[in-house]
Design a binder for this molecule. Structure first.
Ligand code: SF4
Length: 474
């Protein structure tokens, strides 16, 4: 077989970015979408690793498909993009993924599909899978193509309730609708999309992209109930009486605390409150200045911390610092987000641990006492140990502190009524088919895994949908 060596001669390119000084003045997208030439050119670099032979192979070999939690058939749609056949590419892309154009924007590809790409270890680097995925779907939408939500098949009499409209719920609804199963979705917020809408800033994903998917689903029969909190046992009993199955996709809604002295002072916020507030301002629901002209310190090193620092910059903060306990190399989030934040003027305080919030007489934040840290090798352990350096205290003066330290599960009181078992972290226990201890209730996403990625939530939603379809159609 003739080997494709185009990856050696065609340079890897990523989507162009807006100039940092311009993009910090608004919440519009950071990246441009590939044009046709860019997408086709980058598609030429794909080696076309065979998708079915490699399915499930994870040990010594890694390929794009094994790195993608949805096991998307990536080489198939890349080949179609290369040939200029958007219709076929769209079909393959949407077959396994419930919202590929969204995941192409929000997935940390460097640790997923692109991290596993066969040519990722070469000097030229991986195929830019996520950017091609976004391009082909946006191109298809421009051509008037609409995703399959079972529009053309006969509906069954079966009905499923989905609690939560984030990525897990959206994914489950997609595959149920495709099978002709009715879906009622319940969302406590005023807009659908969960974390995609209120937890990821507009400059990473614009909300009309998410609402577009909901519009199509509603046109195909989805009953979406917004501002509807499912929080008590009576509601669950009613659901069990009126639906054939329930899918729980409530996320991990509890922000972690830092357990610092004075952490409840005025001016200390959890990251989700800030991100939601910023997004509501983008929606023009209201105007309230929180971060303007303030010195901000964000504690944390993951993607939520990067979202918070970049949001603060756009809210005209006077200064924005990120405090992270380990070194830059150990940061858990996406590398490109750290680069974006630096370009936008964020100052990083690495090897720095927060110790105490300083307050004034009105209990307002005045600063943060920090300590320097060091990482030390421990024999037999991969992860270095973190030591706090004695007498290294120093003060970061600030007006606002944002805690971006991750999220915990919340045990809803109705879990007992529904006979759903939970684990020691409050996570819902499911089997490999996403079934809980109650045969008719399924769960997925962060409510099962703890805080994780949109794409893993999407994979859970799809798996649960397949199990429900199998249960209801036998
Ligand atoms: Fe890559 Fe995410 Fe798309 Fe899978 S869903 S191919 S991991 S960008």
């Amino acid at each position: 077989m003739k080997q494709n060596k185009a990856y050696l001669t065609i340079k890897k390119t990523t989507p162009k970015k807006r100039d940092a000084q311009k993009r910090i003045t608004d919440f519009n997208p950071t990246y441009y979408i590939f044009n046709k030439d860019e997408a086709q050119n980058q598609s030429l670099r794909c080696l076309k690793c065979p998708v079915d032979v490699l399915k499930g192979m994870t040990s010594e070999f890694s390929f794009c498909r094994t790195g993608c939690p949805l096991e998307n058939k990536i080489p198939l749609w890349i080949e179609q993009v290369k040939n200029g056949n958007i219709k076929e590419a769209f079909k393959y892309s949407n077959e396994t993924s419930p919202f590929p154009e969204i995941l192409g924007m929000v997935c940390p590809q460097d640790v997923l599909c692109q991290g596993a790409c066969t040519i990722t270890q070469t000097e030229t680097g991986s195929v830019t899978i996520g950017a091609i995925e976004v391009y082909l779907n946006e191109q298809a939408f421009k051509m008037g193509l609409i995703p399959d939500y079972g529009q053309k098949i006969e509906k069954t009499t079966k009905k499923v309730a989905i609690i939560g409209s984030g990525p897990a719920g959206m994914s489950c609804a997609t595959f149920l609708l495709r099978a002709g199963i009715g879906v009622d979705m319940f969302e406590k917020s005023d807009r659908p999309g969960g974390l995609l809408t209120y937890g990821i800033p507009n400059f990473k994903i614009q909300k009309d992209v998410i609402l577009r998917r909901f519009n199509w689903m509603q046109e195909a029969g989805l009953n979406l109930h917004l501002n509807t909190d499912i929080s008590n046992s009576k509601q669950i009993k009613n659901m069990l009486d009126n639906y054939d199955a329930i899918f729980v996709a409530l996320g991990a809604p509890k922000s972690k605390n830092a357990n610092l002295k004075n952490e409840d002072a005025h001016g200390v916020y959890h990251v989700m409150d800030i991100l939601k507030h910023a997004q509501k301002r983008v929606f023009q629901d209201f105007y309230e200045a929180i971060l303007e002209d303030k010195n901000i310190v964000v504690i944390g090193g993951g993607d939520s911390a990067m979202d918070a620092v970049r949001t603060s910059v756009r809210m005209n903060a006077k200064s924005v610092r990120c405090v992270y306990r380990r070194d830059e190399h150990s940061m858990p989030g996406s590398r490109k987000e750290v680069i974006n934040a630096k370009e936008e003027g964020v100052i990083f305080e690495f090897n720095t641990a927060p110790k105490e919030v300083i307050v004034n007489e009105k209990y307002n934040v005045k600063g943060l006492i920090c300590q320097k840290t060091e990482l030390v090798e421990v024999k037999g352990q991969k992860r270095k140990k973190l030591n706090v350096i004695q007498d290294s205290d120093f003060v970061l003066e600030c007006d606002i502190i944002i805690l971006a330290l991750g999220f915990d599960n919340f045990i809803f009181p109705w879990y007992d009524t529904a006979e759903i078992n939970t684990g020691k972290w409050g996570e819902i226990i499911v089997d490999e088919n996403k079934r809980t201890s109650n045969r008719r209730i399924f769960a997925g996403g962060d409510s099962v895994r703890g805080a994780d990625l949109a794409v893993t939530a999407a994979a859970d939603g799809r798996k649960a949908a397949y199990t429900i379809i199998s249960d209801l159609t036998q």
